[in-house]
Design a protein around this ligand. Structure first.
Ligand code: ME8
Length: 513
């Protein structure tokens, strides 16, 4: 039986252009999706755009466009950014698609049928920027006396008729879920925040609005539109065919992983499982929330004018160095800062020096001293065996890490092998063996190629284009690049293409030598 893996990113609002924060979550999900594919899983990687709600409606008004015209433009821009970042998504869902309206409406009807929805009136605080209701005691008072949401977003007092979801009925079941399945919310520090929020008491959730109409109409009462978060969360179901449980993709439900930023954990770790419980549907296996990027030490914001378009970084530094930087610099789950200096250091130290040089030294010696042909596997010394054993463990060790979203640790694991290979090449000094023991020289170079093959194979999810180039240079054919293929040694005698540096050093244009 094929093993399935369903991973999602948040669906992003279309009120603004894609930026590095969106690219970050999507690259992380892409690394996971690519890794699981190489490990033999049938993967469904979902992303998309969140196109309804008052925030999008207002952004469209400000731009002098209809909401759907704005959504069309921004959704296309997200796809363009995804192409630039090599995001290998399987589906891109837009909440304005009919298939989504059908799924979201079916979820609503199911909740209603099961007695979890009632009509009332909402009176309380709402933060448009977060599209989130806040309780009085969550607000923060600024020095000037104004009150804002805990995220800093302005709040307004809203009073209107509204449907409610009986969220308060689910507190005990949610607490039991976090206790019995601690892996449901990670990292654990965030789980503790979720638990204390639920313990603090859950109020029923207002799930419809009447003061604007850019949304999915409430089934049976079209004066109301669905609260944008109920609409948005339902995307994870509608994309796999809900409510048609015979749809081919329905087998992917429940999702294995919802990857989200810490800003939207409450919606995914509290509201979402409660809605699913209410509808009698299976719960996702895991919600992982990652940390936050600042830019050169500052919060990224339109008003500061420091919003980073990932496409600009790719143009300047190249695709894979940026993907690598994003996954390497921020310990996955923590927060980090994006700066030019940090990008250049990672490129020059880890990519150009550590990995690029290792490949270049190995391949150029094969070109020069072995006629450009892959040598036979020789008799292994203890050092050869130690290095190859360390490399061969990578797929398995990393799979455990990837399953825990320890994406940075998994890279560190590869770098241990890269550093060990560099120590090995220095110690074996194959260039010096050319005259004294050409057989051993060839054996050493072959050990290095075998080690590099594993390194390049497991790094494909992080740096698909450059590892594609590296595997080609190592003589690894297209059908030999999965983890399972590593069990079959490369046949000796293959002619290798002329080696070309894969990770050039980055030198600032104005840098003095
Ligand atoms: O919240 N650092 O959409 P959104 C890291 N539509 N990640 C960042 C980031 C930063 N500085 N800025 C943004 C929404 N992100 C809803 C989601 S899901 C059913 C609906 C990433 O466009 C991070 O993943 O505001 C965050 O959770 C997401 O963008 C918010 O995107």
């Amino acid at each position: 039986m094929t093993r399935r893996y369903y991973v999602t990113t948040p669906i992003y609002y279309v009120n603004g252009a894609p930026h590095i924060g969106h690219a970050y979550t999507s690259v992380a999900a892409d690394v996971i999706a690519r890794f699981k594919r190489l490990a033999g899983f049938d993967v469904f990687f979902l992303t998309g755009t969140d196109e309804h709600g008052q925030k999008v409606e207002q952004a469209a008004q400000a731009a002098g466009m209809t909401p759907i015209a704005l959504a069309d433009r921004v959704a296309a821009d997200f796809r363009d950014m995804y192409d630039a970042m090599a995001i290998s998504y399987d589906d891109f869902i837009r909440t304005t698609e009919p298939r989504h309206a059908e799924g979201a409406s079916a979820l609503w009807k199911k909740l209603e049928e099961n007695g979890h929805i009632y009509l009332g009136a909402y009176e309380g605080w709402y933060a448009l920027r977060d599209e989130c209701f806040y309780q009085e005691d969550e607000l923060i008072t600024r020095p000037d006396g104004t009150r804002v949401a805990p995220t800093g977003a302005p709040v307004e007092w809203v009073k209107e008729p509204s449907y409610f979801f009986r969220l308060s009925d689910f507190a005990d079941r949610l607490l039991e879920l976090y206790e019995k399945h601690p892996g449901f919310v990670e990292p654990s520090s965030r789980r503790n925040e979720v638990i204390s929020f639920v313990r603090g008491g859950l109020r029923d959730l207002s799930i419809s609005r009447t003061s604007f109409n850019w949304g999915i109409p409430v089934p049976g009462d079209p004066k109301h539109v669905m609260y944008v978060w109920v609409d948005a969360l339902a995307n994870y179901l509608s994309a796999v065919g809900y409510p048609d449980e015979s749809a081919p993709r329905w087998d992917f439900w429940p999702a294995n992983l919802h990857l989200v930023g810490k800003d939207i954990l409450r919606f995914h770790a509290i509201y979402w499982p409660a809605l699913l419980m209410g509808a009698g549907l299976a719960l996702p296996e895991r919600v992982f929330s990652h940390g936050w990027w600042t830019i050169e030490g500052q919060k990224m914001s339109k008003s500061l004018g420091n919003v980073v378009d990932p496409r600009d970084l790719v143009k300047e530094f190249g695709l894979d160095p940026i993907r690598f930087f994003l996954m390497r610099e921020m310990p996955f789950g923590g927060d980090s800062d994006l700066s030019r200096k940090a990008i250049i250091t990672r490129m020059n130290v880890e990519l150009a020096n550590d990995l690029g040089n290792l490949a270049q030294r190995t391949l150029s010696q094969i070109a020069r001293n072995c006629g450009g042909v892959l040598p036979e596997r020789g008799v292994h010394t203890a050092e050869d065996t130690a290095l190859l054993a360390q490399a061969s463990l990578l797929p398995e060790i990393m799979e455990g890490q990837i399953d825990r979203q320890a994406l940075t640790d998994a890279l560190e694991e590869v770098w241990k092998v890269i550093r060990a290979s560099n120590a090995y090449i220095d110690h074996q000094a194959p260039w010096a063996l050319k005259k004294t023991d050409p057989q051993r020289m060839a054996d050493v170079l072959r050990v290095l190629v075998d080690g590099l093959r594993v390194i390049a194979t497991v790094l494909q999810p992080y740096m698909p284009r450059s590892m594609d180039a590296m595997l080609t240079q190592l003589g690894v054919e297209a059908g030999e690049r999965s983890f399972a293929a590593l069990d079959v040694p490369l046949p000796a005698g293959r002619t290798l293409p002329a080696p070309k540096g894969i990770f050039p050093r980055f030198v600032e244009a104005d840098a003095t030598p």
